[in-house]
Design a protein around this ligand. Structure first.
Ligand code: PEP
Ligand code: MG
Length: 756
């Protein structure tokens, strides 16, 4: 067996020089294959590139017939080369012609070569081509030779990805890499974004795999680690809205990891073995990922993504891409594509340049999605293969309405979406104009349109949407994006910030509604439940763990010192639960006043109507509370026995139906009878047609996602409410339960020129 001439280190250096030379791309490729053949002491080295039509085309060869270049072709899966491309695995054969998949291409003249080593040209797990070396003799290539060829293939992948070879394609032919691809995922946040791919984890330039001087690399690592630690400390000391409350806990976890000695030691070891600092970070991170892959514990998995996030920050430091540098190189219409990412990382990007977000992972309730929704970014998640299919700078469309992602879209698709975006922009402008008009129906009935919120990043929406206040502040979101229970100080800080931002507008804080689908990975008290929606959740949980409720109430009372405080209890089933909560509140008030704290000027306690049992206690309930709010998401799920998260039955029953609207009207009437204000804060409030139905049955206050306020206000400004009330009363009173209320509402809207 012969030795390779100089090993991968020398070869990589030569390739780096060749890539830097100003050469015609075909000449460069020819020189590269010659260089590889020489270095590996092979008689043949050939490169096949995968085209969009699934054909592998010979792009360059040393040793085979040069006239076959750009002519010799194999289908994906055909012959040895096609097999390697299809399986993305190398083939190492001492007698290639004996392999069952061998296909003889007469134009290449390869029949005289026996041994064959082929490796896939891979980029982020995706095959872009195949690189082959062959020898006349029957030899078996050594393990280190396979590795060397794989490393070289990484360099070639980089060349293909940067578009270097695209210039060599014949007209009408596209490389696989530039093929339009449409992918389907789950819609996580509505809206449509057109823009260009920004890979959240930019790939390491592979030519920087091996270091020249370990000591120098160790110094680079130490410097980068120092600036990383400093930047985390800096973020922690800033009183920026984005880094308060929910993000603080995440950053505190990062600080702990950044000082973890085991992690730093493993990085140093990898450098001492010959890698660059960047490659060391990549290696340690992927070793760790491989080890943690099989873990199912959601808490550990969440920590893993924190660690990934931290390693990425370190890579950016090493590559001179701190958050500021990031802002400069970002296109003005960036669509971030990531496997997964930390919530704080998304906030590193300048918001005005972001148009959308595509995630390979993520769940509707994951931290990153909560933040994306809060900043109004069209988001699609669970898009398998999104990262490996995309390249930085590719055109991309994110459709957060139907969960579609179009990568490198064809002109007609792009035009259709551009029209959709223009239409939305025109509507947005109309809503802006409406913002400062009084919120009242055409016949002059005032209505309160409130917004739902839950994070500090939601607060700017209060002014932007023109909401009359916050009708539902979901306090559990702070708990959901944290790594551990937020301390009383952190809770108080967030609540004061919310009240400051509201500047006198009413804010209704709902006490933590955890359990059900809202799990806190760090909460050890929770156990597996057969039916979590009907289980130990919300007020049931907090009454059983009064320490949790007491802490939150204390934070709320302190934050609201000198102003009005509105608190609301989720998932109340019996009026007695309100009484128990009130006792806890009263005790806290007495406690704080004993210690001389400034107390709220007024304290109002409300209950959510989400559990049907309350419908038969309305009389007592209305007298026991200061206000009620209908949680129509849960109430509908329990009234119709329809899991709110199950897409299979999502459209089976309509909340705009006689029975459900009769229930809602009954609540409004009970409120009127006892002088108890009634509002509704489920998704129903946010669609113009259902908001119209709610007004028609007597609601005068509803709370919705901030983005829904514009469309709902546009509807109500055109609405002759007294006419609608007559129509609704008649429909609910006299006719059969199968009356099509939705059709009735549409007819009414059409007759009165109301856009729904
Ligand atoms: C509801 O159930 O309608 C509600 C507003 O609460 P959540 O969606 O947070 O359960
Ligand atoms: Mg609810």
């Amino acid at each position: 067996m012969r030795d390779t001439a100089g090993g991968p280190r020398v070869l990589l250096r030569r390739l780096r020089e060749l890539m830097a030379d100003a050469l015609d791309p075909q000449k460069r490729l020819d020189k590269i294959v010659r260089e590889i053949a020489q270095n590996m002491v092979a008689e043949v080295c050939s490169l096949y590139v995968l085209r969009a039509d699934s054909i592998l085309e010979l792009y360059a060869t040393e040793g085979l017939n040069p006239d076959a270049v750009h002519l010799a072709q194999l289908r994906l899966g055909q012959g040895l080369v096609g097999t390697i491309a299809a399986s993305a695995r190398p083939l190492n054969l001492s007698d290639a012609q004996k392999h069952p998949a061998f296909a003889y291409l007469p134009e290449t003249g390869e029949e005289i070569y026996h041994s064959f080593l082929g490796v896939p040209v891979l980029r982020a797990g995706r095959t872009l081509g195949v690189l082959v070396v062959q020898n006349r003799t029957m030899r078996h290539y050594r393990e280190d030779e396979v590795e060397a060829l794989e490393t070289v293939a990484m360099v070639i992948a980089e060349m293909i990805a940067t578009g270097d070879l695209a210039r060599l394609t014949r007209p009408g032919i596209e490389l696989d890499l530039s093929r339009p691809v449409s992918m389907t995922g789950l819609p996580f946040n509505e809206g449509v974004g057109l823009g260009h791919v920004v890979l959240h984890e930019p790939r390491i330039v592979v030519t920087a795999l091996f270091n020249e001087d370990s000591d120098e690399e160790l110094v680079r690592l130490e410097t980068a680690l120092d600036s990383l630690r400093l930047s985390i400390d800096d973020m922690l000391s800033r009183r920026d809205v984005a880094f308060e409350g929910e993000h603080r806990a995440v950053l505190e976890a990062y600080r702990m990891f950044a000082n973890d000695r085991g992690w730093v030691r493993r990085l140093q070891e990898a450098i001492n073995n010959g890698l660059t600092a960047e490659a060391a970070v990549e290696k340690v991170q992927s070793d760790m990922r491989a080890r943690m892959m099989h873990m199912t514990d959601p808490y550990l998995r969440e920590r893993m993504s924190d660690f990934d996030d931290l390693a990425n920050r370190l890579l950016r430091q090493l590559m001179g891409r701190g958050p500021d540098a990031l802002a400069e190189i970002l296109p003005k219409d960036a669509i971030i594509v990531a496997r997964s990412m930390g919530a704080a990382e998304l906030l590193d990007y300048p918001r005005q340049k972001l148009r959308g977000l595509v995630l390979e992972e993520g769940a509707p309730t994951s931290h990153i999605v909560i933040v994306a929704r809060a900043i109004g970014l069209p988001t699609v998640g669970q898009v398998k293969g999104a990262v490996s299919m995309s390249e930085n700078g590719d055109a991309i469309i994110v459709d957060g309405e139907d969960g579609q992602v179009h990568l490198r879209p064809q002109a007609d698709v792009e035009e259709a979406y551009a029209e959709k975006v223009r239409f939305r922009a025109r509507r947005q402008k109309l809503y802006q104009e409406l913002r400062d008009r009084p919120t009242e129906t055409r016949d002059g009935v005032p209505v309160d349109l409130m917004m739902n919120a839950g994070l500090a990043v939601d607060l700017p929406q209060l002014a932007q949407s023109g909401a009359a206040g916050i009708g539902l502040f979901r306090t559990e979101l702070q708990f959901m994006v944290a790594a551990a229970f937020p301390r009383v100080e952190a809770q108080e800080r967030l609540y004061s910030e919310v009240l400051d931002a509201a500047d006198g507008k009413p804010v209704t804080f709902r006490t933590i509604d955890i359990g059900g689908d809202k799990v806190l990975p760090y909460f050890k008290g929770a156990q597996h439940e057969e039916n979590p929606a009907l289980g130990w959740r919300a007020i049931r949980l907090t009454l059983d763990r009064p320490g949790l409720l007491r802490t939150q109430i204390r934070a709320l009372l302190k934050a609201a010192g000198g102003r009005e405080l509105r608190m609301m209890l989720p998932m109340v089933t019996e009026v007695s639960e309100v009484r128990q909560a009130r006792e806890i509140i009263d005790r806290e008030v007495r406690h704080l006043s004993r210690f001389g704290y400034l107390l709220p000027t007024r304290l109002k306690l409300g209950a959510m109507i989400e559990v049907p049992a309350l419908l038969w206690q309305l009389e007592e309930l209305m007298q026991a509370v200061d206000f009620v709010s209908v949680g129509s998401n849960d109430l509908f799920q329990f009234v119709t026995a329809t899991d709110r998260g199950n897409t299979r039955i999502a459209d089976r029953f309509d909340p705009l139906s006689v029975p459900f609207l009769r229930i809602l009207r009954q609540i409004v009437r009970a409120g009127d009878q006892y002088g108890t204000p009634v509002t509704l804060c489920g998704e129903l409030a946010g669609r113009p047609i259902s908001a119209m139905a709610l007004l028609g049955i007597g609601f005068r206050s509803i709370s919705m996602a901030p983005a829904a306020i514009g469309p709902v206000k546009a509807m109500l400004c055109e609405l002759p409410l007294s006419d609608l009330s007559v129509v609704m009363d008649e429909a609910l009173a006299n006719h059969s339960a199968s009356t099509d209320i939705r059709a009735l509402l549409r007819d009414f809207a059409q007759k009165h020129n109301i856009a729904l």
